[in-house]
Ligand binder design. Structure first.
Ligand code: AKG
Ligand code: FE2
Length: 300
């Protein structure tokens, strides 16, 4: 069924998750249109907009109308000096995202959502797939839900991004939450995140950045994480997008994970992303009292 909200047509891609928003020029969208987009984003979790004409300026303007923008990335600079908010993933510059992840979960307040624009596409391939972490949580058996509700995990950006921080301006990254990032201290988040706008629970661990579960053995941590990752990425929980020029995707990082196929050989693929500032993830054990950062033992 297609819902028409104001002048916005939201065409679901499945019973629960994903939608194409039709007949909306993001460049000219009214405040009412964008309020409807914002509501559809929380409801459908990933939205696609075809035939858009955004450039970096337009993408940043759109993002500012939807929320507060973050820097491009905590440790990777913007696409150019004029666009410190725009994060470019360029295959020619080793920009790939072929590991399941939710954006930037290795900081205390990961971005609420991301807006991604196709800039250069390979002749074929380079599809992106999203997983619905709330649908996945809901379809776990009840005793497993009870177990994971209580768990806390460590997220560590050093493996993926430590190198970039070391290379950049003498180890000085972006300004994130008002502070220059000079190190990526691992952070703790609940394994199950309660969505701040809907109260729905979702699996909030990802192979890109989650290092381990707190308070269990390494073998237990590995087994629980593997179970959650296999479950999260079951086909029933996924939507896959085949990119076309002019496409824009927008997703809610509080309820999804994603993966970009690296199957296009030496062809070039460039996408530009902006991220909306988010809040501190909360778990179902309410309130979740955890330290903001976990320091390795040698930091005392
Ligand atoms: O390249 C893509 O399609 C997705 C890249 C990605 O992970 C991101 O923009 O957050
Ligand atoms: Fe991503």
């Amino acid at each position: 069924m297609t819902d028409t909200l104001v002048n916005l047509t939201v065409d679901p891609l499945g019973p629960h998750f994903g939608a194409e928003v039709r007949d909306l020029d993001l460049h000219r969208a009214s405040d009412t249109d964008l309020a409807a987009v914002r509501a559809a984003l929380v409801d459908r979790k990933v939205l696609f907009f075809a035939d858009q004409r955004l450039d970096d300026d337009g993408q940043v303007r759109l993002g500012r109308r939807l929320g507060e923008l973050t820097a491009s990335h905590p440790v990777v600079g913007g696409v150019d000096a004029e666009h410190p908010e725009v994060y470019a993933l360029d295959s020619a510059d080793n920009g790939f995202a072929d590991v399941w992840h939710t954006d930037v979960t290795f900081v205390a307040r990961p971005p609420l959502g991301s807006i991604l624009r196709a800039v250069t596409l390979p002749p074929s391939g380079g599809d992106t797939t999203w997983a619905d972490s709330q649908l996945a949580y809901d379809s776990l058996a009840e005793p497993v839900r009870r177990l994971v509700d209580q768990l806390v995990a460590v997220h560590d950006g050093n493996r993926e991004f430590g190198y970039y921080l070391a290379q950049r301006r003498g180890g000085r990254g972006s300004v994130w939450e008002g502070e220059v990032v000079t190190r990526l201290d691992p952070v703790e988040h609940p394994v199950v995140r309660v969505h701040p706008e809907t109260g729905r629970r979702g699996i909030f661990v990802n192979p890109g950045f989650t290092s381990h579960i707190v308070g269990v053995s390494e073998a237990e941590s590995r087994a629980i994480l593997d179970l959650l990752y296999a479950h999260l990425t079951k086909p029933e929980h996924l939507v896959r997008h085949r990119w076309r020029p002019g496409d824009v995707a927008m997703w809610d990082n509080r309820s999804t994970a994603h993966y970009a196929n690296r199957d296009y050989g030496t062809a070039r693929r460039v996408v530009h992303r902006i991220t909306l500032r988010g809040d501190r993830p909360r778990g179902p054990v309410d309130p979740w009292h955890g330290p903001e950062t976990v320091r390795p033992p040698n930091h005392g």
